[in-house]
Every structure is written in C-alpha cells, then in structure tokens.
Design a protein around this ligand. Structure first.
Ligand code: UD1
Ligand code: MG
Length: 481
C-alpha cells in the first residue's frame, strides 16, 4: 500500500552515505527563559523533544558516537531519551561552550571528525551537516583537515558571536557579543555554534583555552584563532534556510520553530504527491507514510505512526493517532481516530470517534456521533448514527440502527458483544453484554437484549403497544396542587 514515506524531520529522497564522525551535542544550559519545570531540551517540536531531533539527525549522519553534554535537569533528560543511543556526559558547572566540549572529549575517539551541535537547535538538516563534515575531512591541501563553521547572515546579529574576516575575506576569528567593539557589533555574519573539525586538532586547541573574556567562560569559539595560528584552513558555510540554525530560548521561539517544522513537513509531503488544502493548517507529530493521491483537508492533526493508503481522503478538523487506513478510505470532518486499522473504501464520520483496538474490514461505514472501542467490524457492515459499540465483534454486512448501545460494563468488568453476519439491529437497541446475536437475526427497534438472540429470527423485547381510546390528559384546572 505504501508508495512513499516521510518521517518527521527526514528530508525526502535523502539517501545519504555515512561519514565517520562523532557528534557532541551541547545541552547543559539552564534554559531559564523557558520559565518551565521541564528542562528546555525536553520541550517538544512536532511531538518530539528538541534534543531527540538533534540526536536523530546525528544518527542519520551515521555518527559512530553521539555524546550529549548535560547539566540542568540531567536525570529527567536521560530518562526521557533513554531509548536513544547516547553517551551521556555531565558538565556539573556551566563554564562555557569550550568547557562543555572538553567534558566530552575523553569519551570520543580523537581520530574521527568531530561535529558540534546544540541540543536546543532542532531543525538543522543532515545535508547541511554533510557539507561541514566533508569540508572538515583531511585532504591533500589540508592534511589536518579544515575547521568548518556554520555561519549565517542575519538582520539582527545582537547576542551572537560575530565572524571576523581579514581583507581577503578569510575567517580569522569569532568575537562574542559581550566582548565585541562597536564596529565588530555591526557585523551581520554570525556564528551559529555548529562546527566540524578533526578530533586531534580540537583536543589540542581545547586544552589551550582560557576564560579571559567578558563572561569569564571557556569559549569554544576561541579555537578559530588557534586554527589560524596552526595553519588549519577555516571554512564558513551557510545553511539553506535560516530556520536550520534557530535556537529555542523562550516559548515564542518554540512556537516559531514548531510552525517552521510543520511547514517543512507539509512541503515534503506535497513533494511526494500529497494534496494539502492548506500546508499552514496541517500538523504531523510523528511519522506518516502515504500512497498516491492522498488528500488532506484543513486543520488536520496526525500523531504517532500514521499510514494512509492510495487515494485516502481526510476531511477537515480531524485528529488521527496511530492509524492505518487502506486505499480509498475516507474520513469525514471532525472525526477523531486513535489506534485504528481500516480496510479499503471505508467511510468514517463526520463526527466519528473511533478508539484504540478497533479493526474495520473493507467498505465499513461509521457515521456521525458513533463511538467504537476495542471492536472488530467485518466487511460491509454499517453503524451510521449515534451509537456506542465497545468490546464487540461484528460480522459482515451487519446493520446497526441509530442509537444502538453495547452495555459492555457492569461496573467492574467489561463484557463482549458478538453479532453474526448480516444481523440487523433495530434502532435504539441496548445489547447487554455478554450477549450474542446470531447470523441473519433481526432485533426489533427499542429492544433491551439481555440473552443471546438466535440466528434467522426476530427477537424483540418491548412492552406491547396499547391504545386507550377517550383517555384525557390532566388539565390545569383539575390539578389539586
Ligand atoms: C554561543 C556562541 C556564539 C554563538 C551562539 C549561537 C560561544 C562562546 N558562543 O553563544 O558565538 O553565536 O552560541 O547561539 O560558544 N552550553 C553548555 N555548557 C556551557 C555553556 C553552554 O552545554 O557551559 C550549551 C547550551 O546549552 C547551548 C549551547 O551550549 O545549547 C550554547 O550556549 P549559549 O549560552 O546559548 O550560547 P551563547 O553563549 O549565547
Ligand atoms: Mg552563554
């Protein structure tokens, strides 16, 4: 069923070669400006912690080792990302970016290319990092490799380190905002902090850092001057999009990156052939695989692992979490689906709520204000209006009338309802579980079914209808109260 796939943050069509590198991710900062009890790097973009984005990107590069330097809230960060292949290194005191890298170095092989990333800069793309890693590799011209810096030209450079170039435009240093002269502050080319360099050079330069600067910190950026002194070429690269290098300091920036991330995913999906009625009104917090000609209307939220087969249509205002829909299935407006598998050409909604453990066969219809839970519905069956069906097994071509309820809970336990093929359940039926309705059975409307109903027969339980001719309603003047 699946023709194309995108996962969160994966560049479409990206087949990449692995590069021998080790990655250091700096994540020891306090993140005070988030004003949160949650460590900054655990805040989510696209449903995934900031730091997990960076680790996933490093893993995609084929990094031999990914080392995260943590500080504030370290235990929570480690616990939240315990499923990822990370070497954790504590930086107990935050003495600067150079000091942070120094903590990681003993844990990394020095004959690798080292890549430094930030745990709060989640949208950096593997392609951009490949360019840095290739430039940093040793070559005939540069046997010790190069120092490859990711820089950017920004309209407002305040707060950032500025890139210093000589009169031949060669990078010769980085000066931090707090240490810069007025002239240097007017430089618009900034240091993103992301860089690649040979491990041996990095270790040598890090050992030479000192904290003689305005902040009393060990600045990683001071390695640029060391490289120049050692005759190691310094090369600057720029990302394709500025969003790649944006960091999160407060919640407004978090929201900005969320939107940028969602637009990027939306763009990738459209490129693989999905119709999005409005890419600005689509969110994917997880992974999505799609067939051909999938259509997604406005304000749709997809979470977890979602698989949409050929020609699946999702109407406006729908939420789908961990859902697999086969070809030609349609989900109509305002439906909420979680933990659902549906066969081909089903129609769900509008206003359907389909809960975990639901498996629908082909051509099943689930209509408005219908709730399903832990239920299997076989091919061709219809539950079109105002029903609750839970813990049930429903055969094929069954028709469930409006207002049917499975009474599956006795206050302590859940019980099952089983409906045979082609059963016809009249409207407003209460099926008191455990209960079974045979194949081709008919249940009269308004029945409360407490015992199993045999196949091919009409079963009903209701007071016989009677008429009392001449009966008068009580009128007001007759009233004694
Ligand atoms: C740093 C750079 C600056 C660059 C800017 C980009 C230095 C000296 N300066 O500035 O040139 O323009 O990033 O955003 O490198 N961290 C640690 N341990 C520490 C200090 C920081 O792990 O002791 C981590 C932080 O969690 C963060 C990253 O390193 O992820 C950068 O730290 P931050 O304080 O935000 O950077 P700046 O000093 O502003
Ligand atoms: Mg700082």
């Amino acid at each position: 069923m699946v023709a194309y796939g995108i996962s969160s943050g994966v560049h479409v069509g990206g087949v990449r070669r692995a590069v021998a590198c080790s990655v250091v991710i700096l994540a020891a900062g306090q993140g005070t400006r988030m004003r949160s009890d949650l460590p900054k790097v655990l805040h989510l973009v696209g449903g995934k912690p900031l730091l997990a984005h960076v680790v996933d990107t490093a893993t995609q590069l084929g990094a031999a080792r990914v080392c995260v330097v943590y500080g504030h809230g370290g235990d929570r960060v480690r616990a939240a990302l315990s499923h990822l292949p990370i070497t954790w290194v504590e930086q107990a005191e935050q003495l600067g970016t150079g000091h942070a890298v120094a903590q990681a170095l003993p844990h990394l092989p020095h004959n690798d290319t080292m890549l430094v990333l930030y745990g709060d800069v989640p949208l950096i793309r593997p392609d951009t990092l490949h360019a840095l890693l290739s430039a940093a590799a040793p070559s005939d011209d540069a046997p010790q490799g190069s120092l490859a810096l990711l820089t950017a030209h920004v309209p407002d450079p305040s707060g950032y380190g500025r890139i210093l170039r000589d009169d031949q435009d060669r990078v010769v240093g980085i000066v931090e905002d707090k240490d810069a002269t007025r002239t240097q502050r007017s430089i618009r080319e900034i240091n993103t902090g992301i860089l690649a360099v040979q491990g041996a050079s990095l270790a040598r330069w890090i050992a030479q850092l000192n904290p003689r600067n305005a902040q009393g910190e060990y600045y990683l950026t001071d390695i640029v001057e060391r490289a120049v002194l050692d005759g190691v070429p310094v090369q600057a690269f720029q990302p394709n999009a500025i969003t790649e290098i944006l960091g999160v300091n407060h919640r407004a920036q978090l929201a900005e990156l969320e939107r940028a991330y969602q637009l990027r995913q939306a763009h990738d999906l459209m490129i693989v052939g999905v119709t999005l009625r409005d890419p600005a009104r689509f969110d994917l917090r997880g992974t999505l695989t799609v067939g051909r000609d999938v259509e997604i209307d406005l304000d749709v939220l997809l979470e977890g692992n979602v698989h949409l087969g050929h020609r699946v249509r999702i109407g406006p205002y729908c939420c789908l979490k961990n859902v697999t829909l086969a070809a030609d299935t349609e989900v109509r407006a305002h439906s909420v689906l979680e933990g659902v598998t549906a066969g081909e050409a089903c129609i769900l909604g509008p206003f359907a709520r389909v809960r975990p453990g639901t498996k629908l066969g082909a051509r099943v219809h689930v209509g408005n204000f219908v709730e399903l839970k832990q239920t299997q519905v076989d091919e061709g069956s219809k539950i079109n209006h105002l029903s609750y069906v839970g813990d049930a097994q429903i055969g094929r071509d069954v028709n469930i009338g409006a207002g049917t309820i499975t009474c599956n809970y006795d206050g302590h336990h859940k019980h099952r309802t089983v409906l045979g093929d082609r059963a016809f359940i009249g409207s407003n039926t209460a099926l008191v579980a455990p209960v079974e309705v045979g194949a081709d059975a008919t249940i009269g409307a308004g029945s409360t079914i407490t015992r199993s109903a045999p196949p091919e027969a009409l079963t009903l339980s209701r007071a016989p209808q009677e008429t009392r001719p001449g009966w008068k309603r009580v009128t007001k003047k007759d009233s004694t109260v």
